[in-house]
Design a protein around this ligand. Structure first.
Ligand code: FES
Length: 359
């Protein structure tokens, strides 16, 4: 490792997505189709985030950068690196690029970490983490955090996969199961190879099996992540059993849908009464047509603001609002603290009169 003198955390700064890049320091195969990519910041920086949050990576693919959002599988209890664990889906361009091209020593731009799917926002005496496939990533981040800071916690951890060799983090989970006295680990697979040595649970997680695996499920704060069909099945099982659904939290995983919106029409000639928007860093001023978002206006005048989901979810397009007001209609991609500090999401903010933004 290059790294220079060892520093204590309190002598270090916090990684800032506007200033710093990530450097790949490790690539590990988890299963035949899943890899973990580990990143560090520049020496002297650490990562501040909450277990379960995600980052948006800017992948330098041919033809222009591609923004993709991935949950961190790492725990902020080990704040000198972050990791994403990704599955190569046949149709995925971004993840495929990572498998084929992302190597130790390469540097990437990234945005975040952000997101609200974290158990630390919902303190409870008992948790149920239930996942399928690569939906296990935020659950693993939360479990690693708990194992480091409160290993005596009561956690039921249920994860489902198609076959035993597709169970992500299987060996680490088995190790944690031996080390954490109140961790109840259940792994369930759909198919087992003939003659295979699987002695665990088989089949689908349904209304019969979940209560068998977690008899006190109704007493637990539940976090669920996996394909949409899996999450709605788990949600239905719990709701039908009478679970207090205010204590149920779910997250979609993998790439967020990337909107393919057309660029807005050419800017009309400014009219004397029209609101204006000034992009301070680019030193560009533009008319703000009624109903257009800050991101749409920025694009129409050649100001580049990175954006991934374009629906107020991922936080990639966060910029500062230096003057004026906007109507922001986000979907959880920005924290209340950030709003209080004067940040907005460009993709879902419409100027209310004249504004100035840091972009
Ligand atoms: S691009 Fe994702 S929140 Fe704006």
């Amino acid at each position: 490792m290059t790294g220079g003198p060892h520093l204590h955390l309190d002598d270090m700064g916090v990684w800032n997505d506007r200033l710093h890049q990530l450097e790949v320091i490790g690539v590990h195969a988890e299963t035949p189709t899943v890899r973990t990519f580990v990143f560090r910041a520049d020496p002297g920086l650490w990562f501040r985030y909450r277990p379960g949050q995600f980052v948006t990576l800017e992948l330098p693919i041919e033809g222009g950068p591609l923004l993709r959002t991935y949950t961190l599988s790492s725990s902020p209890s080990r704040p000198l690196s972050v990791a994403v664990t990704v599955k190569a889906q046949a149709e995925s361009i971004g993840t495929r690029w990572m498998f084929d091209h992302l190597r130790v020593g390469m540097r990437l731009r990234a945005y975040g970490p952000t997101g609200h799917f974290t158990h630390v926002a919902h303190p409870a005496s008992r948790y149920l983490f239930v996942s399928a496939g690569s939906g296990i990533t935020p659950m693993m981040a939360m479990l690693r955090w708990i194992a480091d800071v409160a290993p005596d916690s009561d956690v039921a951890f249920v994860t489902a996969a198609r076959s035993p060799d597709e169970l992500i983090f299987r060996h680490e989970l088995e190790l944690l199961d031996r080390q954490m006295p109140k961790l109840a680990l259940s792994m369930i697979v759909r198919d087992t190879p003939p003659g295979g040595a699987w002695t665990g649970h088989r089949g689908r997680l349904d209304a019969t099996r979940l209560p068998i695996l977690v008899p006190d499920m109704l007493t637990r704060e539940v976090f669920c992540c996996g394909p949409d069909g899996f999450m709605s099945a788990v949600r239905g099982i719990l709701a039908d059993a009478g679970h207090d659904m205010a204590r149920y939290h779910q997250e979609s995983f993998g790439d967020l849908p990337v909107a393919t919106r057309e660029a807005p029409a050419e800017q009309a000639a400014p009219d004397a009464d029209a609101a204006t928007i000034r992009f301070l860093e680019s030193d560009v001023a533009a008319v703000a047509p009624a109903g257009q978002t800050v991101l749409e206006i920025a694009r129409s005048v050649g100001v580049r603001i990175p954006a991934a989901c374009e629906s107020g979810l991922c936080g990639t397009c966060r910029i500062s609002l230096a003057a004026g007001a906007v109507d922001m209609n986000h979907n959880g991609g920005i924290l209340d603290e950030d709003i209080a500090d004067g940040y907005i999401l460009a993709c879902c903010s419409v100027p209310r009169g004249d504004v100035q933004v840091g972009a």
